[in-house]
Design a protein. Sequence first.
Length: 202
Amino acid sequence: MQDGTAASAALLANPEWSRHVLGGVAALLTAAEGAQDAAAAALGAAAAAVAVAGLDAAVAILVALKGTDGGTAGLVIAENGSGPGQRGAGRDAAVRDLPPGVVPAIDLVKAPGELAMALTGLLAGVVVAGDLSQARDVVRARPELRVVTRDGDLLGAHWALGGSARPPSMLAMRAAAEEAAAGLAAAERAAQEAAAALETAM
């Protein structure tokens, strides 16, 4: 039996599921600069899940995993009706009237249209605060909310998760990879320009 990570990787790699699987959630979402850890904490296990094309796809995959002893996988279910992501696109009423410096988590994460509804549901009632002190103040005043901090701690009225020695989130690793790729591309352009300038000078 595979663990969740292995089962998810197998789903992404198996061409049999290509029409049902949209991709890894972390690869499909974009978090605002500096908000990757907060977004990962807000999403929880969903950040490392696989996005699938609708409810029927999710059921088919779960049935197949059970039948083959294929392990457990987290699935984020995309909307597959007409006008993806249009219903429920309004602001979550629970996260209005927030104190300065606290923002709805949904404002810091972008998703493709078919995942907009899922993202709205996953981040409903979740806000982002600067630190644990501010998070505590928010929870005391608004116990219906869950609060994540910029460095990835989560605090609620009845549940908290965080601390130190956390591995980097998949969202953070993706951002780092994109930054490195951009830096490499810039270095290659600079090298080409320098070579062209040298050739002209000669």
